[in-house]
Design a protein around this ligand. Structure first.
Ligand code: ZN
Length: 439
């Protein structure tokens, strides 16, 4: 029988990682004789919900098991979660969902909505009940939402792969030791099939996280072969305890699917809004850049935060009258909503017309005003003229129509990088690449 096991919310800001629990489970389950029907699925959920732990990723394992073994498998999974989840953290509320057989459309739709918006726990509980699956929710049970979404996710459409490597427990918490030269060499060799290894602007290596979690590094790419090749090329300078390849919605913009009017956008949800710049960008404390965007239904602040680096320079060049399509997550403070920009498409540029002082009619030199209504005087030849006026000049905008995305280091897990445009693919069920995990 086909068994799907979804897990979510086992980690905390202090440590842990749902993918690590799963990577260990894969080995235990394989020893038990199960046949995996897919790579472990890593489903990134709506990154804008305020109650997320860290990366907001849920995981699903899909396998063929003998019906007689189902109970053993279930106990193994529950023991793993109860033994390794960060229960002491207030915001860690693990969930485990077991589903047998085909995935119904209702679960696929639910999964899409968890990635693209906000759903309630009641809805998840109702679906679990309808689907006849088994589920265990701990503490406030919120993890059931992500666990169920993982079960219903990645059934079709665009996807990517990530090879994740894990550190020995004794090294967790200390700086990660990687040969950065080997990462750059890997990036150069596999730049067409992997993404976001190195930040092109700063040259910074991006594959290693910085937190206390057990991940040593992860390389994202288009195929299992490509990320396995990357795994072979990257030289760690500390032991790799184990590794596994995940199939994921990372880098696919799966959260950014719906265009809305300003008056339809919802707090904590991703949104795509087209409109006209109605208030010029201003830089506020902390280096964040904010501008006003309006459509026929209302106006909203759009923000490019300081970590988006050079993306802010692009945003600063906008002027009122420009037409843009803004992509991002909606934040809410009091009654004020802000679209936190993840990408921006400049659709149409307004003419930037500025009034400049006239040129000298005698020598074409630069003239300066002698005071309001008193005319102009040439700086070069001294010619005075009281009949001249400022004249309009169209200024070069230094900005092109097109799509702009913050640098790799500031992108969210779900953000589709520029290098992936045109690489979108459908999911086809098939044989798994070997090897896809190891210890
Ligand atoms: Zn002159």
């Amino acid at each position: 029988m086909l068994l799907h096991i979804g897990l979510d919310d086992t980690d905390s800001p202090e440590g842990g990682c749902t993918t690590y629990i799963v990577a260990r489970l894969v080995e235990e389950l394989e020893a038990l004789g199960v046949m995996f029907a897919d790579y472990p699925n890593l489903l990134r959920l709506n990154p804008n919900v305020p109650w997320k732990t860290r990366g907001n990723g849920a995981v699903c394992l899909r396998m063929e098991v003998e019906p007689a073994m189902e109970g053993v498998v279930r106990k193994m999974v529950v023991d793993a979660v109860e033994g390794q989840a960060e229960f002491q953290c207030e915001n860690t509320n693990p969930g485990v969902v077991f589903h047998t057989g085909e995935i119904p459309d209702s679960l696929m739709d639910f999964s899409d909505r968890v990635v693209q918006g906000v759903v309630t726990l009641e809805e998840a509980l109702r679906l679990i009940n309808d689907a006849g699956g088994h589920a265990i929710g701990y503490k406030n049970m919120r993890g059931l939402i992500g666990a169920l979404a993982a079960v219903g996710g990645l059934q079709r459409g665009d996807h990517t792969f990530e090879v994740l490597t894990y550190r020995s427990p004794e090294n967790c918490g200390s700086p990660r030791m990687l040969d950065e030269g080997s990462v750059r060499a890997m990036d150069a060799a596999l730049c067409d099939a992997t993404f976001n290894n190195v930040d092109p602007e700063s040259g910074r290596v991006l594959i290693a996280p910085h937190g206390p979690d057990p991940v040593l590094y992860g390389v994202r790419g288009e195929t299992p072969e490509a990320v396995y090749r990357a795994y072979e090329m990257v030289k760690p300078l500390e032991p790799v305890e184990r590794w596994a390849i995940f199939r994921s919605n990372q880098g696919t913009d799966a959260h950014l699917r719906y265009r809305s009017n300003v008056d339809e956008i919802e707090a904590y949800s991703p949104a795509i809004v087209s409109g006209e710049v109605t208030e010029a960008p201003r830089t506020i404390k902390g280096g964040h850049v904010i501008f006003g965007l309006s459509d026929e239904t209302g106006r909203i602040d759009c923000a490019a935060y300081e970590p988006t680096g050079s993306f802010r320079e692009v945003v600063r060049k906008l002027i009122p009258g420009d037409a843009v399509r803004a992509y991002g997550g909606v934040r809410e403070e009091g009654s004020r909503r802000t679209l936190n920009l993840e990408k921006m498409e400049v659709l149409k540029l307004a003419e930037d017309v500025q009034l400049v002082n006239p040129a000298c009619p005698e020598c074409s030199g630069t003239m300066e005003s002698m005071g309001r209504g008193k005319g102009y005087r040439c700086r070069r030849c001294g010619h005075r003229d009281s009949n001249l006026e400022k004249h309009p000049v169209v200024v070069d905008r230094g900005l092109e129509v097109g799509l702009y995305i913050p640098p790799a280091k500031a992108q969210r897990h779900l953000t589709k990088p520029l290098s992936r445009y045109g690489m979108e693919k459908e999911y086809m069920h098939g044989e798994l690449f070997q090897p896809w995990h190891g210890a």
